[in-house]
Design a protein around this ligand. Structure first.
Ligand SMILES: Nc1ncnc2c1ncn2[C@@H]1O[C@H](COP(=O)(O)OP(=O)(O)OP(=O)(O)O)[C@@H](O)[C@H]1O
Length: 350
């Protein structure tokens, strides 16, 4: 199958007077699994649909391979799109649903038959070719929708929240299948989701959107470990954000919190900013005071099985701390005076 990269340059799109995409730039590599992640209304679907050729015409460039597709009709772009609602034809069998796009392209019947079976085999549904859509589970319907799209041999695959109609355990199974299929076909894929776990577990890289603006692009780990701003820090995982200021001198750099606690910033001499981001796993909770620790009081405690999650009032805010659980380990009661030892090795100052 042909692979194409996607390059987007300074893309603006408005619905009437409302600008929804405000200068998007993006470079997606051929064969990459790329996610658009962001809250509801951030512009993810609008951006995806503009690549497919749906919706108002944007300003800017959308290159698929070496072709600028802005202004081209959707069917001339050679993209395959799978929607949240599977949009299968209810009166057609699975086989006919998958054949639909090929018949529209006027391929000979002798080519269509084998291609349809190949597509159904790819998604593990060859044995259900003669079923009607209403005789399939949600996951099976979504697989048919995928097969129907990939048999048309698109150069890019666009997925708009394709798993959100499925229940939680099926979603996990389907996202693995989706990734396996994508790797097998090597298809450049964009996956729109508002679920960070879905984006983290599937994508090579992702773009986090807010307010029609890309906030950051990178691998899931890069975005989690090195968020570029407070929005990304908060949106990916749990972030404890303390306010204060960086102080540095010959002996090194420290972060002084609003409540006067001091946290060492190893290698942070040039850090600038008035917030420090600490992930829950980089804080440990203890009874004794110590260096690099914040004093606080336990507000709340939740038993999560492998971990105990504490909410602690400290450093002028409420801090989430995860303590790994093992039988017989000491618990801190609500109301207990505690100290939070911060591992600031990987802390991010923003
Ligand atoms: N047809 C339309 N007419 C007017 N405004 C629209 C239209 N479609 C989308 N919008 C607006 O554009 C903005 C972005 O919408 P979009 O659907 O792209 O967001 P999203 O990030 O995909 O959200 P969700 O996760 O809820 O689908 C929203 O403010 C939305 O109200």
């Amino acid at each position: 199958m042909k692979k194409a990269g996607i390059k987007i340059e300074d893309l603006h799109l408005s619905f009437g007077p409302t600008e929804v995409l405000k200068g998007v730039n993006l470079d997606i590599q051929p064969g990459e699994f790329f996610a658009f992640l962001g809250p509801s209304g951030s512009g993810k679907s609008t951006l995806l649909r503009s690549i497919a050729g749906f919706g108002p015409q944007p300003r800017g460039r959308i290159m698929i391979g070496d072709r600028d597709v802005v202004g081209l009709d959707p069917w001339r772009r050679n993209v395959g799109m799978v929607f949240q609602s599977y949009a299968l034809w209810p009166h057609m069998s699975v086989r006919d649903n998958v054949a639909f796009g090929l018949r529209e392209r006027r391929l000979p019947a002798s080519t269509i038959g084998p291609k349809v079976m190949e597509g159904l085999e790819l998604v593990g549904l060859a044995h259900l070719a003669d079923r009607m859509p209403n005789q399939l589970s949600g996951g099976q319907q979504q697989r048919v929708a995928l097969a129907r799209t990939v048999v048309t041999e698109p150069t890019v695959l666009l997925l708009d929240e394709p798993l959100s109609n499925l229940d939680a355990s099926l979603r996990v199974q389907m996202r693995r299948e989706l990734l396996r299929l994508q790797r097998k076909l090597g298809l450049t894929t964009i996956f729109v989701t508002h679920d960070q776990e879905e984006a983290n577990t599937t994508s090579d890289r992702m773009a986090v959107l807010d307010g029609g603006v890309i906030q950051q692009i990178g691998s899931p780990q890069e975005l989690y470990d090195r968020p570029a701003n407070l929005f990304v820090a908060r949106f990916l995982g749990t972030a404890n954000i303390l306010e204060g200021r960086v102080e540095s001198d010959a002996s090194g750099a420290r972060f002084r919190t609003a409540t006067g606690d001091m946290l060492a910033l190893p290698g942070g001499r040039n850090a600038a900013g008035s917030n420090i981001v600490l992930r829950p796993q980089n804080i440990s909770i203890q009874r004794e005071a110590g260096a690099n620790a914040l004093s606080g009081k336990v507000l709340h405690r939740e038993f999560l099985g492998s971990q105990i999650r504490y909410l602690v009032a400290a450093g002028g805010t409420e801090i989430v701390v995860d303590q790994s659980h093992s039988a017989g380990r000491d618990w801190f009661e609500t109301g207990a005076e505690v100290h939070l030892q911060a591992n600031t090795e990987n802390a991010v100052v923003l």
